[in-house]
Design a binder for this molecule. Structure first.
Ligand SMILES: [Zn+2]
Length: 269
């Protein structure tokens, strides 16, 4: 199976994203025949063109929560992916608030664009879906009321994405057996912020989850000032995992980090 993870952006706050100090187009997972776009923030279409991703090849779009830098371009991507519905196709996976809104927020996905995809579904932590030969589980994320992360089970490896979240017990449980974890680490050492992790939180998280590879992304301005590469090295010294800081356009092959011993497929599908 040919697989890759490509970062269409690594920016994580309104300063970094607003000035495009780092891009904010989301993340692409290519797992065999399936292409997943996770969290299409501002510039998703532009970054897909820049980093050679064909929007028409997307199998599913996944949105973890309705904050702008995770969801702003989802309608544009649906339009491009389906030729505005001439070719009704693709799967849309979101948390509850992004798709249906809440008491305080309107849905991000317009009714019109919802109608252009073949299937749309909201997920809550613990829910599972199958897309081709990839199984996806929604993970806990302590951030907005309905935020989720995503865990992808393939024949060869497990890759997961924390999305924006605080450190918590559920986070450790949900990501415990992943080979590769993409960790939204907005802040450097010493800067704590509700709803997000800093490098100290990531050390605690990786000490317990022990992935073969952890990729830090979603950097706020303080993290950029501190240099994500330096922070990643400091985290690696304290944890059993290889730790790298994502760059815009960076591609990683998850197969190199696959566990050859464990049977990774979920039996329950
Ligand atoms: Zn957020």
């Amino acid at each position: 199976m040919n697989s890759s993870i490509t970062f269409l952006g690594t920016g994580g706050d309104s300063i970094v994203v607003g000035k495009q100090l780092r891009a904010s187009g989301g993340i692409i997972f290519k797992f065999g025949e399936s292409v997943f776009l996770i969290d299409p923030g501002p510039g998703a279409l532009v970054r897909m063109k820049q980093f050679d991703v064909n929007v028409r090849e997307i199998t599913a779009i996944l949105v973890s929560h309705n904050h702008l830098n995770h969801s702003s371009d989802v309608n544009s991507v649906i339009s491009a992916m389906t030729y505005s519905g001439i070719d009704k196709r693709g799967i849309l996976v979101c948390d509850e608030e992004t798709l249906h809104g809440s008491e305080t927020e309107k849905p991000v996905i317009s009714n019109y664009h919802k109608g252009l995809v073949e299937r749309f579904i909201t997920m809550k932590p613990g829910m599972k879906i199958g897309v081709n030969d990839v199984n996806i589980v929604a993970t806990n994320a302590k951030h907005t009321q309905t935020s989720i992360g995503f865990k992808f089970y393939t024949e060869k490896f497990i890759v997961s994405y924390t999305s924006d979240t605080e450190y918590c017990k559920e986070l450790v449980e949900d990501h415990a057996d992943s080979d590769v974890i993409i960790v939204n680490c907005k802040n450097p050492l010493g800067l704590s912020e509700k709803g997000h992790m800093n490098t100290e939180d990531v050390v605690k998280f990786l000490e317990k989850t022990k992935p073969k590879l952890a990729i830090l992304t979603h950097f706020g301005i303080k993290m950029l000032d501190g240099d994500p590469i330096f922070e990643a090295r400091e985290i690696q010294k304290k944890t059993p995992s290889q730790v790298i800081a994502a760059r815009d356009g960076m591609t990683v092959n998850p197969t190199s980090y696959a566990s050859s011993i464990n049977q990774k497929r979920l039996d329950s599908f």
